[in-house]
Design a protein around this ligand. Structure first.
Ligand code: ARG
Length: 587
């Protein structure tokens, strides 16, 4: 379906042409003076010079041609040469009705691309903490938006599961349980199917081991040796590592599930180790990689760089692979397996330079084609109310599960004020609404910006918050239920012409859907959806306050109102789903 602004622009372009001017001048925008008009065209001003006449003359001639137009109800030329316009109500109502009847509310499918989204990035054997919130929920939303736009999308969690932390954990396990068969090189039997630790143990083991390794050189050496044994495939170490992965991944899945985040691939750094030796050899053979201070590097600086871009280090001097070695091999694997048009990485923006190096290196060494788009969405920091990175009261890093729990608990206090709800429903509702507060509080900011985690503001039912959006949806649900209870027939309800200004505003707000989704998917920007639904929810609530809906006596009018709010609900629900949350039945 053509976008509403395109429909209006087409008419104005025709009018420019009919008045003897060039079409291109007829581009229309939403008015920046809603007190004066709904849409405006500033084309006459730009045209005046080459047409050798005053802009107002052109604007007048064009406005003249727009009289009696089917799309534009009123067009007026005002000094110095603006064309101010209002939209025709028949046209608007028809447009909205057509949206409601179309797939994806009239949004045209994108040129289908194959896209891999790399997000989440948790590390095995460490508890998910607040720093893992943003990559998970921004990535999840981007994945959903791209899918909705019509792309084929694979989400990959890309865990850190291969480096020294693994060796540390194994060393500490050996300290505590030296007689386990995993450490016995002569053991040839089957290893136990049950892990010798719980997830709680693991979360305590890693920090303990990490602290010990910093103090005790011998311990540290043993951890490095254990890492090497794992990486070179020693049977017992592999078996123990499998347990670590399983226990850790199961727990991650549980927490990601609370956030409505899920991945198609649970790959990690370990997944692509088999590619590394050949990849490095080829980079050397092709003349891209060379030795520098014992390490193997690829130059990635470019002439136009305004800041220094250091070489990409492919292997350390001791021959060990690095974070970026794995990322490069992962690009190679994704190209082989999925032939993607684009790979998108969601990480903290402090990794900007890192990804610049990796992307340049991948292109230069031809791991991927020139026309594969490699994108990095670097997000800002979630800060506490003091403006500093979010910390627990004792200065530690808060666990993600605890953070989610806090917001749900606050929400429960609010929800349980509603005496109609039994405790089970109140808890369940608090979880749903609490999640919306958390997700919306984050996603409504442009990802690159830092933001302040402010529970009180996020859980408010008023203002630009998740709960406000849900409150609006629940309000609509409740009206629809009552309508049905009155014997109203939902099937027969059809959108009709607006009967008052707030109804027209609601319709206009609805028409922004396709444009919003297009920019959100092209710019990988969930915050655009938040801005749109906030405006839409405001329009719905104004309409609600200014219109008798259920008590309307004119049955035709009533059923048209019902159709319009029902459609608004569908649009809002679609949008919150793209942000990763849903609405309860009541709240
Ligand atoms: N595990 C990494 C970290 O904790 C994040 C991984 C991001 N993704 C990637 N392909 N490098 O910082």
């Amino acid at each position: 379906m053509k976008k509403l602004l395109e429909c209006i622009s087409d008419e104005v372009m025709n009018a420019f042409e009919a008045a003897g001017y060039k079409r291109e001048a007829g581009k229309v925008t939403v008015s920046n003076r809603p007190d004066l008009c709904e849409y405006q065209c500033n084309g006459a001003m730009a045209l005046a010079k080459e047409a050798h006449c005053a802009p107002i003359q052109i604007a007048n001639a064009v406005a003249e041609k727009l009289q009696g137009n089917k799309v534009i109800s009123k067009a007026e030329a005002v000094m110095p040469g603006f064309i101010n316009m209002f939209i025709n109500e028949d046209f608007l109502a028809n447009y909205v009705a057509q949206m409601a009847a179309s797939d994806r509310f009239g949004m045209e499918p994108a040129d289908k691309k194959m896209i891999v989204v790399d997000y989440g990035g948790p590390n095995i054997a460490k508890a998910l903490h607040v720093g893992h919130l943003r990559p998970a929920i921004i990535g999840e939303s981007i994945k959903r938006i791209l899918r909705y736009a019509g792309h084929e999308v694979i989400g990959d969690v890309h865990m850190g599961d291969w480096g020294k932390p693994m060796g540390l954990v194994m060393t500490e396990i050996q300290e505590r349980q030296p007689n386990l068969p995993y450490f016995d090189e002569n053991y040839t039997g089957e290893y136990p199917s049950e892990p010798p630790f719980t997830v709680k143990d693991l979360e305590e083991i890693y920090p303990t081991a990490s602290a010990k390794s910093k103090e005790d050189a011998d311990y540290n050496a043993r951890a490095l040796e254990a890492t090497l044994k794992l990486q070179s495939g020693v049977r017992g170490y592999r078996a123990l590592w499998d347990h670590i992965i399983n226990v850790s991944v199961n727990d991650m899945k549980r927490i990601y599930k609370i956030l409505n985040v899920d991945f198609d691939l649970w790959n990690g750094e370990s997944t692509v180790q088999y590619l590394i030796a050949d990849m490095v050899k080829k980079m050397k053979d092709d003349g891209y990689a060379y030795e520098s201070d014992g390490a193997i590097v690829v130059d990635v600086k470019e002439e136009t760089d305004t800041k220094e871009v250091p070489p990409c280090i492919i292997l350390k001097s001791d021959g060990a692979s690095l974070y970026n070695t794995t990322d490069l091999a992962t690009i190679e694997e994704r190209v082989i397996k999925y032939n993607p048009d684009q790979i998108i990485y969601i990480t903290d923006k402090r990794q900007d330079l890192y990804f610049l190096q990796v992307f340049r290196c991948a292109k230069k060494t031809k791991l991927c084609d020139e026309n594969v788009t490699l994108s990095h969405i670097g997000f800002g920091t979630m800060n506490g109310k003091d403006g500093k990175p979010f910390k627990t009261r004792d200065g530690g890093v808060k666990r993600l599960e605890e953070l989610i729990g806090d917001i749900q608990a606050e929400m429960y206090k609010k929800i349980s004020e509603n005496k109609d709800m039994d405790d089970a429903e109140a808890r369940n509702t608090a979880n749903i609404v609490g999640l919306s507060a958390l997700l919306y509080g984050d996603l409504s900011n442009q990802a690159v910006k830092d933001y302040i985690f402010d529970i009180d503001r996020f859980i408010s039912f008023e203002g630009n918050t998740g709960p406000y959006i849900l409150y609006t949806i629940v309000r609509i649900k409740s009206i629809l239920e009552k309508y049905k209870a009155q014997g109203g027939n939902m099937e027969a309800a059809k959108i009709g012409n607006p009967r008052n200004a707030s109804e027209k505003d609601l319709m206009k707000a609805l028409t922004g859907f396709a444009q919003t989704l297009e920019s959100a998917s092209e710019e990988l920007a969930p915050h655009k959806i938040c801005a749109y639904i906030y405006e839409l929810a405001n329009a719905l609530n104004s309409f609600y306050h200014e219109t008798k809906i259920l008590s309307e006596e004119d049955e035709q009018a009533k059923s048209e109102y019902i159709a319009l709010i029902d459609f608004t609900k569908e649009v809002l629900e679609t949008c919150i789903n793209l942000l990763g949350f849903e609405a309860p039945e009541r709240m």
